[in-house]
Design a protein around this ligand. Structure first.
Ligand SMILES: *Cc1c(COP(=O)(O)O)cnc(C)c1O
Length: 498
């Protein structure tokens, strides 16, 4: 399988797409085609474990990797000592025709682990295959969860380093501590004075800067990305949509071929794009429902066909979705434009220069055929956490609750009661303050720090505090570097010099 740039650039192999992250023309790598998975094959997945399901999907894209290489990477990544549930991505039924796909059982308690536990293995294999002897220096911009997941994935992996930029005031206390206490000799964590979009744009600019790349190369290093713009992040995420479907089959909740709706709490559009790829490979999907918080640029896009970032940026209780520039949408635009890289490049240029673009009526119809979209504010999110806990005895985090709210609205609006899967992206304990406040009322969290809130949440709900949160209290802060949003290049070189 070869990979093209969304902006029309030349073809590369899977390992090259993974190794270099972003195409030289600034576009994202996309597969030349969507490898079909037959219904029969999907039926067979039901009897397989997660690693076997993953192998069946990955091998269709990673053609320049051998099956034993893929299997070894999968064994190392989805290890039962790293995931606290043997199913890796378990499904929980919370009401009739409504399931939750729990993607937070990895080491950092967010769904980013599903990809970032695997990516370092794919990266080092890709380096070897391409004769790359320089250190692969991963640069990451994070809204909170990617950073820690990347640090955990890459820490002490030979031949790599991992540098993370996070918005100093834009992440939860637990998220910040998770990052700044990270061990490993090859990890760097830098707070920037700006929001996530500043961090993401800054990192993109570093990748695109010839001068900066030359500086890095002179140190015997080559840049790569662990953000969801990297195809190596996307491909492990396709797996769990097939896995969820296989679990529904196994539970007898659906018959082979029945459509399933997925509702996905969305920020950078990586997770839901993986669902779209799964659909294009043959997974029976009804609707993909894109759920946003108050930063509802995507809701407006799906409703109007106009992407417009000229709006206020809100800090919400679902910070991993506080994003106005959804990078992975570019991959959907590429399909929507019938793989016309020039047209995508035009839209991206308009976005950069005028902060907006419009895709036109016909393409909007094309989008609506598969996607629906909705959003909710922090108050509705808190109400949803409380309602789900009281009615269904299920405790969800703030991101998952946004999706849950949007699903209810979607069902009311359309009457579409197709079996639905709410994609759960984080443990409630990653956002314990807001979850406790939702369940017990605002007064309950007064004067409590994140850890005290966790203890209280456990007491009130009976849901156990994960080991990772318990351990966090004892770890020393190791990373204190900060920088201005226009000083990121200097900050990386400073970190490399340490
Ligand atoms: C990253 C993240 C999201 C958004 O996922 P995208 O792939 O960026 O759309 C949602 N919830 C949580 C908890 C996350 O960490």
């Amino acid at each position: 399988m070869s990979f093209f740039s969304t902006r029309g650039g030349a073809a590369v192999t899977a390992s090259q797409a993974i190794l270099y992250g972003l195409a030289p023309d600034g576009g994202l790598y996309v597969p030349a085609m969507f490898p079909p998975i037959s219904l029969k094959k999907i039926g067979e997945l039901a009897d397989m474990n997660y690693r076997q399901r993953a192998c069946a999907i990955l091998k269709t894209y990673l053609e320049d990797f051998t099956i034993p290489e893929i299997e070894a990477a999968l064994s190392a990544a989805y290890d039962e000592r790293k995931f606290d549930d043997p199913a890796i991505a378990p499904m929980k039924k919370i009401e009739d025709d409504t399931w939750v796909l729990e993607l937070f059982h990895g080491p950092t308690l967010a769904f980013k682990d599903m990809a970032l536990q695997l990516l370092p293995h794919l990266t080092t294999l890709s380096a070897k295959k391409n004769g790359e002897e320089r250190e692969v220096s991963i640069l990451v911009a994070t809204s909170g969860d990617t950073g820690k997941a990347a640090l955990e994935g890459f820490k002490d992996v030979k031949g790599t380093s991992c540098t993370v930029f996070y918005p100093s005031d834009g992440v939860s206390d637990v998220q910040k501590l998770q990052m700044t206490t990270t061990g490993g000799d090859n990890t760097h964590v830098i707070g920037i004075q700006g929001n996530f979009d500043d961090a993401q744009t800054g990192v993109k600019n570093l990748f695109a800067s010839a001068a900066f790349n030359a500086q890095v190369n002179a140190k015997g290093k080559v840049l790569s990305s662990a953000n969801s713009i990297n195809f190596g992040r996307l491909v492990p995420q396709i797996v769990y949509y097939f896995s969820a479907y296989a679990d529904l089959l196994q539970a007898g909740a659906i018959a082979l071929g029945d459509p399933v709706n997925f509702v996905v709490p969305t920020g950078n559009f990586g997770n839901i794009l993986a669902a779209y790829y799964a659909r294009n490979m043959g997974l029976p999907v009804g609707k993909l429902i894109c759920a946003s918080n108050r930063n509802n640029v995507l809701t407006d896009f799906f409703r109007s066909g106009v992407y417009d970032t000229r709006r206020t940026f809100f800090k919400t209780t679902s910070p991993s979705m506080d994003i106005l520039l959804s990078s992975n949408l570019e991959r959907l635009l590429y399909e929507c434009a019938d793989r016309d890289g020039e047209l995508v490049a035009t839209w991206m240029k308009q976005l950069k220069e005028c902060y907006t673009y419009a895709i036109g009526e016909q393409r909007q119809e094309w989008m609506r055929d598969v996607f629906d979209a909705g959003y909710c504010d922090d108050m509705q999110c808190a109400q949803e956490i409380r309602a789900r806990f009281e009615t269904d005895h299920y405790l969800m985090d703030t991101h998952t609750a946004v999706a849950s709210h949007v699903l209810k609205e979607y069902r009311e609006k359309t009457g579409d009661m197709t079996t639905a899967v709410i994609v759960s992206t984080a443990s409630p304990y990653k956002f314990a303050q807001d979850v406790l406040s939702a369940v017990e009322g605002k007064e309950a969290v007064n004067g409590l720090d994140a850890f005290e809130c966790s203890d209280m949440l456990e007491k009130v709900t009976g849901v156990k505090v994960p080991q990772q949160v318990r351990e966090l209290r004892k770890l020393p802060v190791r990373h204190k570097q900060q920088c201005g949003k226009d000083k990121m290049a200097e900050a990386v070189m400073e970190a490399f010099a340490k």
